[in-house]
Design a protein around this ligand. Sequence first.
Ligand SMILES: Nc1ncnc2c1ncn2[C@@H]1O[C@H](COP(=O)(O)OP(=O)(O)OP(=O)(O)O)[C@@H](O)[C@H]1O
Length: 291
Amino acid sequence: MNIDISQLTKTYKGGVHALDGLTLHIPTGMYGLLGSNGAGKTTLMRILTGLLKPTSGTVRIGGHDITTPDGRLAVQRALGYLPQDLGVYPELTARQFLDYVALLKGLDSRQERRRRIAELLEVVSLTDAADRKVKGFSGGMLRRVGIAQALLADPRLLVVDEPTTGLDPEERIRFRTLLSQLAGDRTVLLSTHILDDVAQTCRRLAVMAKGRLVFHGDIGHLVSYADRRVWTVTTTGPAPAVGKVVSALPEGPAMRYRVVSATPPAAGAQPVAPTLEDGYLALMEAGASRP
Ligand SMILES: Nc1ncnc2c1ncn2[C@@H]1O[C@H](COP(=O)(O)OP(=O)(O)OP(=O)(O)O)[C@@H](O)[C@H]1O
């Protein structure tokens, strides 16, 4: 399911321009959405899910214009959303909670609900915990309940907003692998601050800053923004004053700094291969230096 966004703006009451003329094509498959705090990612996701009206511009999802009531209805039927702050009822079990959401989504047949919920509990590896109250669940388990509720109507489009924040490394890896597996012929739009989650699951991504698109394309292309711009400097002296220090590791009496900089940050600096994080920082640095 393709998403076509054109000249999208959103100005909140009070005059904040959360989206400022955003144009973007999102194809089927996993797609990453990056951007600093306040870049407009959640605003975009809430517009895509029909929860928020844009100020101007158009959004077509699978050919449906979501600014019309009919289009919004068609998209909401084809969509699953895992918001940052999914509210669950702590006294319900996972199975009861999913049954409640399924009823709200119009799955009227009790038998069909039972079948679908059992299937989804299996997909998210919660079958054994299905009849425990969710108030006892870990962050990762809650996130998996969240993805199960988003999948109830077998959506063609899955929108997930910062789903791995606060999860321990094992749960994070498990959750992002699950998202990748779910992508297939679906579109999964993954918004996150965790660059590694995007690096490990998406081939394509967009980067937003201040309501605008500052990059879209292949991960490799973003990484290449930092080509010949990443260095290591080992020194017992002060940290390099040129460029951006991205890590500092003690090495005997010295420190080994990793630095993103257009020019060698110190005498003896060694060039190293860039990562997605380096590419992202190089992009942001370039943006910050634009007038
Ligand atoms: N309901 C609202 N009313 C007024 N301003 C808002 C509202 N929601 C968001 N904003 C503002 O719009 C801008 C974009 O916010 P948004 O939450 O979309 O960014 P984000 O990229 O999701 O940020 P984060 O990564 O911190 O979640 C910010 O300046 C924010 O303060």
